[in-house]
Design a protein around this ligand. Structure first.
Ligand code: CTP
Length: 400
C-alpha cells in the first residue's frame, strides 16, 4: 500500500525522536520514499547522519541554506510529498502550526504545503493537558490535520500519563489508513470481525501450564489486515510477544475456555478467523498450590478443551464467513477438506508445519485456501502477505 508513496517526515525536538529513526526504517521497508526535515532541536536528539543513512536521502535542516534553496526550495520540498508527517510533534511545533508561524524550515514547509498533514504529538503529561495545547490540537483537527496518539504510559520525564508518542508501527498504520482512505480502499468498512491468535495456556498448578509453540504472528497479522481493510476487529489472543495490531481491539486470555467466552462476548460478527493454536486438552484438576516433589511422579488427568471454531461455527450466532486454520505435517489438503466439513467452516487455510518448513515462529507461511468448491495454492509468502491476501479474499466474498 505504501510502495512508491512519498512522505515528508518532519522530526522535531522530543526524546521520542529516536523512534522516528525506526519509523523511517519501517516506511522504507514498505517501499515508501522518506525525505526528512530535522529541526534544530530535533538534531539535539538524533543526528542528521542517522536520518540520512536510514532515509537514503539528503536531510533538510536550514531555511536559509543557499545550497538547499538552489537544489530544492522549501516550497517544492513541502509539495513533492503525498503526505507530510510530523513525528515527534512537540507542543512548540503544534503551537506554530496553529498560529501560522514560519520561523524555521519545518514550520515554513508546514505552512507552504498543499498536502495532508499527520501529526504524532509527544510531550509531558501536564503540557499535553494544558488548555493552550488542547486548543491548538482542536484547531488543527478542525483544519483537517490528522493525528495519531499520544498514548499513555510512563514518559521519559518520569511522570506517567498521556503524552507518549505513538509507536512507529501505529504511525505506519495511521499512514496506511490515510492512503487506504484516500484510495477508497476500506472494503470491509461496516463489517465486524473476530480473530483468535496465539497459543492458550492450560494451568496445572499456580506456576505450571501446558502450552505450545504458536507465536501468534499469523493471527495478529490477520487482525491487522482486517482492521486495515476497515473491519471493526476484535482480536482474542493467548499470551504472545507480538505487539497489539493497530486498529484492532485486543482481548487477552489464557485458557481455551476463556478464549471461547471472549469470542462469544465479541459476537455478533460477520467474519470469524480462528488462527489460535488452542491447546486440545487441559488438566482435569488445577492444583490449588504448587505441586511439590515428594518422591512420587504425579500423573496428569487431561480432559478435552472446547473446540472454539467448531462451537462458534455451529452456534445460532454463527458469523456469515467462518475461516479456520489447519496445521498439518502431511496430506495437507486432504486433512483440510475433512476439517472443513467436521468444523462446519467455509474456508480452511491449511499450512504445512513440519519442522523443515520453519512455519512455527517463523515469518513465512505456505498455505492452501481450501473451500468446499475449490482449492487455491498460494505461493510461499510472509505471514503478513498471507493476511493481506486473506483480507482481500474476504472483501471479495462480501462484494459478491
Ligand atoms: N481450533 C479451535 N479450538 C480448538 C482446537 C482448534 O478453535 N480447541 C481451531 C484452530 O484455531 C484452527 C482449527 O481449529 O483454526 C484447526 O486446528 P488444528 O489444531 O489444525 O486441528 P485440530 O482440530 O486440533 O485437529 P488435529 O489435531 O486432529 O489435526
Amino acid at each position: 500500500m505504501l510502495a512508491g508513496k512519498r512522505i515528508l517526515l518532519i522530526i522535531a525536538g522530543g526524546i521520542a525522536a529516536y523512534k522516528s529513526l525506526d519509523l523511517i526504517r519501517r516506511l522504507r521497508e514498505r517501499g515508501a520514499g522518506v525525505r526528512c526535515i530535522l529541526t534544530r532541536s530535533g538534531a539535539e536528539f538524533v543526528t542528521p547522519l542517522a536520518v540520512a543513512s536510514l532515509s537514503e536521502e539528503k536531510v533538510y535542516q536550514e531555511l536559509f541554506s543557499l545550497t538547499d534553496e538552489s537544489e530544492m526550495g522549501h516550497i517544492r520540498l513541502s509539495r513533492e510529498a503525498d503526505l507530510v508527517v510530523v513525528a515527534p510533534a512537540t507542543a512548540d511545533l503544534l503551537g506554530k502550526m496553529a498560529a501560522g508561524l514560519a520561523d524555521d524550515l519545518a514550520s515554513t514547509a508546514l505552512l507552504a504545503t498543499d498536502k495532508p498533514v499527520l501529526v504524532a504529538p509527544t510531550m509531558n503529561v501536564m503540557m499535553w493537558a494544558h488548555p493552550a495545547v488542547q486548543a491548538n490540537v482542536a484547531l488543527l483537527a478542525a483544519r483537517g490535520v490528522r493525528r495519531v496518539g499520544p498514548g499513555s504510559g510512563e514518559l521519559a520525564c518520569g511522570e506517567v500519563g498521556s503524552g507518549r508518542m505513538a509507536e512507529p508501527l501505529q504511525i505506519v498504520a495511521a499512514i496506511e489508513d490515510f492512503f487506504a482512505e484516500a484510495a477508497g480502499s476500506r472494503p470491509l468498512t461496516g463489517r465486524r470481525a473476530i480473530v483468535t491468535s496465539g497459543p492458550t495456556r492450560e494451568p496445572i498448578d499456580p506456576v505450571r501450564y501446558i502450552a505450545n509453540r504458536s507465536s501468534g504472528k499469523q493471527g495478529h497479522a490477520v487482525a491487522a489486515a482486517l482492521a486495515a481493510a476497515g473491519a471493526e476487529t476484535v482480536l482474542v489472543s493467548g499470551p504472545t510477544a507480538e505487539p497489539d495490531p493497530p486498529g484492532a481491539t485486543v482481548v487477552s486470555v489464557e485458557t481455551a475456555r476463556e478464549m471461547l467466552a471472549a469470542c462469544r462476548t465479541a459476537l455478533p460478527a460477520d467474519i470469524l478467523v480462528c488462527a489460535a493454536a488452542v491447546v486440545d486438552w487441559r488438566p482435569a484438576e488445577v492444583a490449588a498450590g504448587k505441586l511439590k516433589k515428594d518422591g512420587s511422579t504425579p500423573s496428569l488427568h487431561l480432559v478435552e478443551n472446547p473446540d472454539i471454531l467448531a462451537t462458534l461455527a455451529r452456534s445460532a450466532e454463527r458469523p456469515a464467513l467462518v475461516v479456520g486454520f489447519a496445521a498439518e505435517t502431511s496430506d495437507v489438503v486432504a486433512y483440510a477438506r475433512a476439517k472443513l466439513a467436521r468444523k462446519n467452516c467455509d474456508w480452511i487455510l491449511a499450512n504445512d508445519v513440519s519442522p523443515a518448513t520453519g512455519t512455527f515462529g517463523g515469518d513465512h507461511n505456505t498455505v492452501h485456501l481450501v473451500a468446499a468448491d475449490r482449492v487455491e495454492d498460494w505461493p510461499r509468502m510472509t505471514k503478513r502477505q498471507v493476511a493481506d491476501r486473506l483480507a482481500a479474499r474476504i472483501a471479495e466474498h462480501f462484494r459478491n
